[in-house]
Structure formats: structure tokens, C-alpha cells
Ligand binder design. Structure first.
Ligand code: ADP
Length: 667
């Protein structure tokens, strides 16, 4: 076994690998970019070396620099994590040439699976079932079109070098073909530097079921059951669970054996995942093989009781697989959700910012948190916006989902938009609980899964927010009184006291787009709150972020994070956000943007689709931006005229910058 390894990655996966390595007594060398000097993986490692500036291509992707660090520090092996260099055959070769073990498959296996189209040809020969499609070399758009027409729509265009759902477009009818092909090619070229495409029949109600395989250097292979990753947004996984609901032992065996055949066909070593589409009738088709450890590997660990990183380290150091196929056991049910900095209500637009407030559920044998960030860390534009993976286990699916629902309410983040609220709705959704899964789940249940903030919450959250502001102000006054050493002055009391009137005060909030006023009267029992004509009697205690509240005699606990008047209230119903319009704070955040269209976040301009002077209809695509390697289209919010264009394709823009000047047409 190695005694020192280098981890060529960052974030949660780097931390995850370090954890197991340390359990095995292996020392760890971290690498980091200038932006990550204070990152968690750097703090956890035994040694850490800066390999360059923030942009991945200048740091985490610098193969020679990384190998140099391995040599200098005496690391015998490199764990690539996922992403970055994990599926880069050139890097594997360079490691081998430098005499450093790459913890992963041999280079030829990566090459074989690196192209989705070449992989399909190999699988066809190995007798693994494939989705009907065209994966040939002739890339003439007319040829791709001809095959699509012949197959019949819908078809799916996929970048052969693609991954993570990028460079992929569903084409519903022949007349969409050309624009979809262009968009997919553009995204593929930007993301992978290769815009070769394949086309396949688009299955309309498949499940994504993948098999974890493991092979050692002695010719042994096993499959460690399956994961269902059907719940996806933009073809990216959101929830993963194991085992797949409704999986029969026969189907598991058939899929598992097909997966092992796939791995053996390419001389595989280490951890790999063979992804299949499972159709409604139980037929399954090979999609691709990921030649690395997957993001979602923890669900497999929790149902099999194995540590897959430990297996990777053992296999890479030449040891045989720890157990054989007969010894693989499945116990209970595990589910993982990916917590992202993103805005589900706004097409899952990635978010960036500082994790001003971060509280995670307590970890125990049921709950596991894999993360690479702590409170105060930045989620930057440079890397993937995943904040954490939350994984839970229990005896069966129902109980696991119940636990997940609870754990999500205990995952409290403020300071940036996240998907925790959306995930909770998803986990609580009745169709999801009934395991009515397919890859279109989110689209199908859109109406229930997405909420517009405000309104639906009713009066209670606002009452809690009001109570919070009252207790907070009382605390602030008490501190002032303490400081002034005049603790008895009536000016330091916070009672809403007014000459010749019953003590009262209005508190103003902004909830979504709506302004709300809570009228407060000080009474003997605490506060009498009037919200939209409802009366609530409130009192309570505030201890740091913990609000112990009583509303009309019903006590409950909540947690509150406040940043510049932006109040996030975490209750067992989920998070509730509002802006406290303190009379002493200015609320310019809520000014309307006027007649301009702004960049939703830092990124670059892919295409400007309009010219100054052009009249457009509401919904017309104006500008395409790329941020976090995804394309975002900025559309006209109303009919009107573009009066000025401020950027050109290729320009970098900061979030919030005006992209265009726009004059809305008179209604
Ligand atoms: P990536 O490598 O970008 O993740 P995949 O080939 O693994 O791309 O596909 C990602 C997801 O896209 C799948 O999980 C599935 O939901 C969907 N998908 C892929 N191929 C098809 C298909 N032929 N029909 C329907 N859905 C598909």
C-alpha cells in the first residue's frame, strides 16, 4: 500500500479521498489554485502546494506541474477524483512515464470510453444492448439529419466527447434540427474542444440506472448493485438512490453482468460505472461508461457497507478486490441529493457568493455530509457550484426519504441561492415517494416542485420574522444600554412606547415582490401582531440564530440568518425569505432595473442575437451567455426596441452588468 498520495482535485471529492486515506494511515498532498488557498481540502491535507491561478486550466489541469509536485513531495500515487484530469488518458500516460501510479483505469480503457460513439461500437461487439442510433464518423449535418429523419423524432443529439449533460439537445421535430445541432455543437466545442456528434433515438420515459463495477489487476471483476439517477435537471443528476426501486434480482443480475462484460471488454481496472437507460418494458440499453469514481458513489457505499475509495487505493496498489461477487450484500436503502448554489426558480441558474451562514445536519450512521466548504467560504465562478452531497440511509426507501426530508430542513444556508428548498419539495412529492420515476420527472411535476416565494406561506412565517426583528431590536437596545451604562434610561427600552398612545409600531417587509406590513402592539403577554387582518399573539426568545417562538400559544423552534436586513427563516416547513425594510437601512436592493437587461452572473458572451434599433417581441432571445460552462439565454421581458448593445461575442461580463439598453413598447 502507498504511504503518500497526491489528490489532483478540490472540493468535496478531495476531502472525501483524504478522509479514507487518513483512515488507512496514508499521508495526503493537496494541490490548490490561488483562489483555494484557504479551502477545506487544503486544511485537511498533510501538505499542500499551490499549482497556479484560479482558472482550472492554469492550475488543476496543469499536468506537468502536478506531476512535478508529486515528485517533489514523494507522493507515490495520484488520485484524480472526478472531473478535471480523472478521464484524461494523456495524464494517465504521463503518470506512468513519471513512475507515479494513477489511481484509476489504464489509459487505453479511458480512450476506449472517452468517445461515446467509439464506446458504442465496442459495446456492440461485446454484445451489450445499445439504443438505436447513428454513431458514425461522417459529421456532415445533412448526414446527421438524414439519420434523424429516418429514425423518426424525437431524437437526441449528443457530443461524443460530452459529459454532465453538456453538448446535448433533444430534437422534437425536423424543423428544430438545425438550430439544435448548432447549439449542441457550440456547447460541445466550448466545453470539450470537440463538437463531434452522435444521434440516438430519444426514449420518452426511461429511467437512468447505472451499475457500479470494480476490477482489479488480477482479472477479478464485480458489480456492486445499481443506482437509480432518474431525477435530473438539464440531463444532470439531482437525486440518486440505491438500490433502484422495483429492481428484481433477475434484472440486477442481467444488468450487472452486462456491465462487467462492458468493463472486461476494455481491460478495465479500478472503479467504473456503466450507465444504462432502463425502458418501461424492462429493456435496458448501454449509454456510456464513466471511467472514474462517480459523484454518487456514497449511496452504493451505504447499502453495501464498503468504502469505494479504500477499494480504489487497494486495487491501484496491486491488491485483489476485497470481496467476490457472492459476498456483495445489499442492505437497506440510501439516497443522495446534490446541494447546489443555484436558483431552481430561474432555470437552475448557477449562483456564486459567500456562504455567510451554513449549518449542516448532524452526521451519524444514518446521515452523511460530503462537502468541501465551510461557513465563510466562497462559491466562485471558477468551479462547479456544488456545495455538498447529503446522503442518508435507512432500512427501506420510505424511511430513508423521511430522514432525507428531515435532514434537508436541517441543512441551512443563507447568503446565496441554493436548491435545498426545491430538493425538499422533490423528496416530499407524492409521485416521488411512490417511486414513479423517469428522467422527465422534474418537467412532469414542475407545477408542484417550483413555487413562487411568498403568498403560499401564509401568515405564520411572517409572524416569526416579525417576532425575530422585535427580539433582535430589543437585544440591540439592551447592548446599547449596557454600553452607555445608563441601563434605566427609557430611551434604551424597546417597547414601541409613544406619548398618549398604546405602544405600537409597524414593521415592513418585502416578500418576493410584495410589500407587507405587520402592525405590532406591545401587550402584557408579548406582542400582538396584525398581518393581513389576522391577529396573532407572539412571544419568544432569541439565542444567536435560534428562535424559540410561541404563536397563539403554539411553541415552535426556528432558525434565523440575517444579512443586511435579508432575513432567512428556517422552519420545519422549509426556508422562508424576506427583506426587513428597517427604517434605518436603505433598501436600494429592490429598485427596479429600469429599461436595461443585465447579466445574471459573471460569464462570457456566446452570441448577441440582436442589433441596436431592432424591434423584438416579448420572449425573443437577445443574448446567449455562458457561465459555469452552461449556456443561458437572456430574453426580452416585453415587446420593445433594443436601443443599444454593449457587448460582443467573446466578451467577459460581470454579473449585474447591463448587456443591452431596451425600450419597452407602450402597453
Ligand atoms: P452525459 O455524459 O452528458 O451525462 P449521458 O449520455 O450520460 O450524458 O446522458 C445523460 C442523461 O441524458 C441520461 O441520464 C438520460 O437522462 C438522458 N438520455 C441520454 N440518452 C438518452 C436517450 N437516448 N433517450 C432519452 N434520454 C436519454
Amino acid at each position: 500500500m502507498f504511504n503518500k498520495i497526491l489528490i489532483a482535485n478540490r472540493g468535496e471529492i478531495a476531502c472525501r479521498v483524504i478522509r479514507t486515506a487518513h483512515l488507512l494511515g496514508i499521508r495526503c498532498v493537496a494541490i490548490y489554485s490561488e483562489a483555494d488557498a484557504k479551502a477545506m481540502h487544503v486544511a485537511m491535507a498533510d501538505e499542500a502546494v499551490c499549482v497556479g491561478p484560479a482558472a482550472s486550466k492554469d492550475s488543476y489541469l496543469k499536468m506537468d506541474t502536478i506531476l512535478e509536485v508529486a515528485k517533489q513531495t514523494g507522493a507515490q500515487a495520484i488520485h484524480p477524483g472526478y472531473g478535471f484530469l480523472s478521464e484524461n488518458a494523456t495524464f494517465v500516460q504521463k503518470c506512468q512515464d513519471a513512475g507515479v501510479v494513477f489511481i484509476g483505469p489504464p489509459a487505453p480503457a479511458i480512450v476506449a470510453m472517452g468517445s461515446k460513439s467509439a464506446a458504442k461500437r465496442i459495446m456492440e461487439d461485446a454484445g451489450v444492448p445499445l439504443v438505436p442510433g447513428y454513431h458514425g464518423e461522417d459529421q456532415d449535418p445533412a448526414v446527421l439529419r438524414k439519420h434523424s429523419d429516418a429514425m423518426g423524432y424525437p431524437v437526441l443529439l449528443k457530443a461524443t466527447a460530452g459529459g454532465g449533460g453538456k453538448g446535448m439537445r433533444v430534437v422534437w421535430s425536423a424543423d428544430e434540427f438545425t438550430s439544435a445541432l448548432e447549439a449542441a455543437k457550440r456547447e460541445a466545442m466550448n466545453g470539450f474542444g470537440d463538437d463531434t456528434m452522435l444521434v440516438e433515438k430519444y426514449l420518452t420515459k426511461p429511467r437512468h440506472v447505472e451499475i457500479q463495477v470494480f476490477c482489479d489487476q488480477h482479472g477479478n471483476s464485480v458489480y456492486l448493485a445499481e443506482r437509480d439517477c432518474s431525477v435530473q435537471r438539464r440531463h444532470q443528476k439531482v437525486v440518486e438512490e440505491a438500490p433502484a426501486p422495483g429492481m428484481s434480482p433477475e434484472l440486477r443480475k442481467a444488468m450487472g453482468e452486462a456491465a462487467v462484460r462492458a468493463a472486461e471488454a476494455i481491460g478495465y481496472e479500478g472503479a467504473g460505472t456503466v450507465e444504462f437507460l432502463l425502458d418501461e418494458d424492462g429493456s435496458f440499453y448501454f449509454m456510456e461508461m464513466n471511467t472514474r469514481l462517480q459523484v454518487e458513489h456514497p449511496v452504493t457505499e451505504l447499502i453495501t457497507g464498503q468504502d469505494l475509495v479504500e477499494w480504489q487505493l487497494k486495487v491501484a496498489s496491486g491488491q485483489p478486490l476485497p470481496i467476490s461477487q457472492d459476498e456483495v450484500q445489499i442492505n437497506g436503502h440510501a439516497v443522495e441529493v446534490r446541494i447546489y448554489a443555484e436558483d431552481p426558480e430561474n432555470d437552475f441558474l448557477p449562483a456564486t457568493g459567500k456562504l455567510e451562514y451554513l449549518r449542516t445536519p448532524e452526521e451519524n450512521r444514518f446521515v452523511r455530509v460530503d462537502t468541501g466548504v465551510r461557513e465563510g467560504d466562497e462559491v466562485s465562478i471558477y468551479y462547479d457550484p456544488m456545495i455538498a452531497k447529503l446522503i442518508v440511509w435507512d432500512e427501506n426507501r420510505d424511511r430513508a426519504m423521511q430522514r432525507m426530508s428531515q435532514a434537508l430542513t436541517e441543512y441551512r444556508i443563507a447568503g446565496m441561492k441554493t436548491n435545498t428548498h426545491f430538493l425538499k419539495r422533490l423528496i416530499d412529492n407524492s409521485a416521488f415517494r411512490a417511486a414513479e420515476l423517469d428522467t422527465g420527472f422534474i418537467e412532469k411535476h414542475e407545477a408542484e416542485l417550483f413555487s413562487n416565494q411568498g403568498g403560499s406561506h401564509g401568515a405564520n412565517p411572517l409572524a416569526l420574522a416579525a417576532l425575530y426583528t422585535l427580539l433582535k431590536q430589543a437585544q440591540e437596545r439592551a447592548v446599547e444600554a449596557e454600553r452607555s451604562r445608563d441601563t434605566t434610561s427609557p430611551w434604551h427600552l424597546f417597547t414601541g412606547w409613544r406619548m398618549n398612545e398604546t405602544p405600537h409600531l409597524p414593521i415592513r417587509f418585502k416578500v418576493g415582490e410584495e410589500e407587507k406590513t405587520v402592525q405590532v402592539n406591545w401587550i402584557e403577554q408579548g406582542y400582538r401582531l396584525e398581518i393581513d387582518g389576522h391577529i396573532l399573539i407572539a412571544n419568544g426568545k432569541l439565542n444567536d440564530d435560534r428562535l424559540q417562538a410561541s404563536l397563539n400559544g403554539h411553541s415552535r423552534n426556528a432558525f434565523v440568518a440575517e444579512l443586511n436586513g435579508h432575513v432567512t427563516l428556517f422552519t420545519d416547513q422549509g426556508a422562508f425569505e424576506c427583506q426587513w425594510l428597517r427604517p434605518d437601512l436603505d433598501s436600494h436592493d429592490f429598485e427596479e432595473e429600469g429599461g436595461s437587461l443585465t447579466a445574471p452572473m459573471n460569464g462570457s458572451i456566446v452570441a448577441v442575437l440582436v442589433e441596436a434599433g431592432q424591434q423584438v417581441k416579448k420572449g425573443t432571445a437577445l443574448v446567449i451567455m455562458e457561465a459555469m460552462k452552461m449556456e443561458h439565454t437572456i430574453t426580452a421581458a416585453s415587446d420593445g426596441t433594443v436601443t443599444e448593445v454593449f457587448y460582443r461575442a467573446g466578451d467577459l461580463v460581470a454579473g449585474g452588468a447591463d448587456l443591452l439598453a431596451f425600450e419597452a413598447a407602450e402597453a
